[in-house]
Design a protein around this ligand. Sequence first.
Ligand SMILES: Nc1ncnc2c1ncn2[C@@H]1O[C@H](COP(=O)(O)OP(=O)(O)OP(=O)(O)O)[C@@H](O)[C@H]1O
Ligand SMILES: [Mg+2]
Length: 472
Amino acid sequence: MAKPSPSGRPVFFGLSARLLLLTIAFVMVAELLIYAPSISRFRKSYLEEAVSQAHLAALALEATSDATLGPDLKDELLFHAGAHAIVLKRPDRRVLMLSKDMPPRIDLTVDLTEMSPVRWLGGAFSTLIERHNRVLRVVGDLPRDPAVMVEAVIDETPLRQAMYDYSVRILALSIVISLITAGAVYFSLQWLLVRPMRRITGSMARFQEDPEDEMRIIVPAARADEMGVAERQLAVMQRDVRAALVQKERLATLGAAVAKINHDLRNSLATAMLVHDRLADIDDPEVQKVTPRLFNAIDAAVNLCRQTLNYVGDGVVKGERAAVELRGLALDVEEALHMAAEGDPRQQGVFDLAWKNDIEPALTVEGDRRQLVRLIENLARNAGEAGAKTLTLTAGQTGGRIILAVADDGPGLPPRAKERLFQPFVGSARAGGTGLGLVIVRDIAKAHGGEVTLVKSDATGAIFHIDLPAWA
Ligand SMILES: Nc1ncnc2c1ncn2[C@@H]1O[C@H](COP(=O)(O)OP(=O)(O)OP(=O)(O)O)[C@@H](O)[C@H]1O
Ligand SMILES: [Mg+2]
């Protein structure tokens, strides 16, 4: 019967059914291999029996005083021996012959002393396939006295009939044996393999429907075999998946909360900045002393808000894909950064940074312009903040990829930053830094199917390579 499988497709021809048929087929093949030698053995025995019957009849003839018989008795002896003629040759050259009046012509001589199994095999099959009766002369010696030769001339048809009967018996036996074997194999496989396999696939399907339901995790059977291992592994995997899902949901909630807090915080910070500006106007030495510290604190908080939002956003939002000309993009970022840093003593380094834009105008990246702006901005800010004087941008295309190289002549990354490269919130080695800049760079590169690598960082500066898709 068709059972629905977990994938929704019905299992018409399951493992068990296939195994059943295969077992039957294998047993039948094995029986066939046994059949060939046994049918040839059967034929040989039959012929030996014919010779020994002939010998008995010859002995009866010998027992008469002059070795002559009346025609009735002769026919009867031949009839009982199932032969047309019988010849007995003694070692002393005495020959005894018993024959019908008109013995038939001999078609084939079969020598029982023949040793080759292949010949016997061939003989057996030639008897089986022969359509007409052949007259066989069977020649053999006596097992007890090999010097005595006996010949029996017999018909082949009774032999063939006996061989047919024998074959039918073998066939029936083979069918019974293969059915019993196949049944045994079927039930043991069903028990050992198919049933536990169904349990595993069933559990997978149930788990897939609702991975967060703990009750759907498989309870592994206490088996020591491979199935037991598979069940235990599945249980571990389901537990891990479930934990990861729960974790993911919590993180998503947390992300949403962070975004909301950020939003409200920015409003508060804008107000605080306004108050700061008012305070800065007050001509009081005490107030003038504290306002720069207040400004720094607010500025760090604003940066934290901005970077956290970028970080959360880049992780979730899939950017749009458009042709972005790299050289122009870098020029825009340079201008924007310059303007943003102007007149701000804390951003002096970023303001002073000289840009050396060596990107060829033709190079065009396929990507999200806003994200790419953020990528270059973060790298440039880092260089400026680290005290670099010049930022050199170059790019090269190989196949469908473009490598953007951003090099500076600053002091290189401090060990703390290098050790925690690309780790959110902990990679910062700078006062007021959030440790998100490089993580954002990496996330953006990844969102473009690329990667960012720090290829050099020493006292003469740092070089980052960003691998991006070229616009085709
Ligand atoms: N070009 C560079 N030269 C020297 N040090 C660098 C350079 N780029 C990054 N760093 C170091 O790596 C650290 C991590 O940089 P990242 O941009 O991730 O965080 P951040 O700049 O501290 O904070 P923010 O999130 O505001 O960018 C920096 O604090 C800095 O010490
Ligand atoms: Mg930074």
